[in-house]
Design a binder for this molecule. Structure first.
Ligand code: COA
Length: 177
């Protein structure tokens, strides 16, 4: 286990980091899964399937296939966080949009500036690759509160808000009458 005084290093990800990063994602997303369950109720949340498995596979797949588009944070040589990037060029090649994607810090290492260090490394990576606009997508639920704070700290200052509506089919059967 790393010590608190061990140096925090940020480096490009490698395929060998995929399992550690994916396990961190599963742990770090626990408050988000819980916020979804509380907001939507168990019946609707069941429609999300096995969210732990899908998050593990999503992050593991990304770091295995495109490690050059991700960074990890290490403390004492141990991976304690990761962040992914996407450069979108198809819609307007003259104005590429760089997106900060999935990112998470091991809950034991939160609040030490690791999320911010990884965020800056990703945004610098995107700008170096030609991004003219920077973007990040996140939730407005309680589980995403640390992420929103992080993004505002990174400098994101304009936002669009979206809403996703759900209802059970049973409710619809009642509501349409
Ligand atoms: C979002 C996340 C990556 C931030 O990592 P971190 O290393 O704790 O972030 P930092 O230490 O750099 O802190 C960045 C800001 O977030 C705030 N923050 C961190 N943890 C917080 C918490 N539990 N509640 C509220 N704000 C929090 C910090 O206070 C800090 O702002 P400040 O310096 O003004 O105080 C981490 O909380 C996480 O893994 N969350 C779960 C996964 C997630 O939401 N990923 C993003 C999905 S869009």
């Amino acid at each position: 286990m790393p010590n608190a005084q061990d140096e925090i290093l940020i480096r490009d990800a490698r395929p060998a980091d995929a399992d550690a990063a994916a396990k961190i994602a599963v742990m770090a997303w626990a408050p988000i899964r819980e916020a979804f369950r509380v907001r939507l109720g168990d019946e609707i949340a069941r429609g999300f399937g096995d969210m732990e498995k899908s998050k593990y596979e999503q992050v593991h797949g990304f770091l295995t296939r495109t490690p050059q588009d991700a960074v990890v944070a290490t403390v004492g040589g141990q991976v304690v966080g990761f962040a992914t990037t996407h450069l979108h060029t198809a819609r307007n090649p003259d104005c590429p949009v760089g997106e900060l994607g999935n990112n998470a810090v091991h809950p034991d290492f939160g609040g030490r500036g690791i999320g911010a260090k990884m965020g800056h490394a990703c945004l610098e990576k995107l700008v170096a690759r030609g991004a003219k606009v920077l973007k990040v997508f996140t939730g407005l639920d309680e589980g995403h509160a640390p992420a929103r704070k992080l993004y505002e700290k990174l400098g994101f200052d304009k936002r669009l808000e979206h809403v996703e509506y759900y209802m059970s089919a049973e409710r619809y059967a009642r509501a349409k009458d």
